[in-house]
Design a protein around this ligand. Structure first.
Ligand SMILES: [Ca+2]
Length: 166
């Protein structure tokens, strides 16, 4: 299920995104960051596959985000934590579906594990994400973990897209 865009709230969202540095080199609503184009969409939501298709519909080479650098990851984590919206879940273009424990980006490259990307939960002892085994096969930035990376059920219906192309 893909949520449709609300009117006034969505317009405000677009203004906020455009005001953060969208340049002529990115298509509409994508913000420019160091040669790359990124769209953080806190309005649209759906499963990992739904949101991947959504990103691909916006630009010929766009997909869910893959992080080309730690600097890009840090920038986005700070950007998400600095916003006023409630804790949300944002899909990342990474999965271990069909090859449990081997995480790869949608472009086929292996995902770096551990710090600084993946969340470290310290409830009953230290738990380093991903920890969901075969039940959780899609990567997300989760507001409940300060937007560090976690594994989620791919069919989780309330993940928002972060779309990306370079
Ligand atoms: Ca898994």
């Amino acid at each position: 299920m893909v949520a449709s865009c609300g009117s006034s709230y969505f317009t405000l969202f677009l203004v906020l995104i455009l005001g953060t540095g969208c340049e002529m080199s990115c298509v509409d609503h994508f913000m420019y960051y160091n040669g790359d184009c990124v769209l953080v969409d806190p309005i649209t939501y759906g499963t990992w596959s739904d949101m991947r298709a959504y990103c691909q519909s916006l630009h010929s080479t766009a997909d869910l985000i893959t992080f080309p650098s730690i600097a890009m990851f840090e920038y986005l984590v700070q950007y998400l934590n600095n916003n006023e919206w409630p804790n949300l879940v944002f899909w990342v273009g990474g999965t271990d579906e069909g090859h449990e424990g081997i995480w790869s980006y949608v472009d086929g490259t292996l995902m770096p594990m551990g710090a600084p990307y993946w969340a470290l939960n310290n409830c009953d002892g230290i738990i380093i994400q991903p920890d969901g085994n075969t039940k959780q096969n899609c990567a997300a930035l989760d507001g409940d973990s300060f937007y560090y990376m976690t594994d989620k059920e791919c069919e989780y219906q309330h993940g928002h897209p972060i779309c990306y192309y370079d």
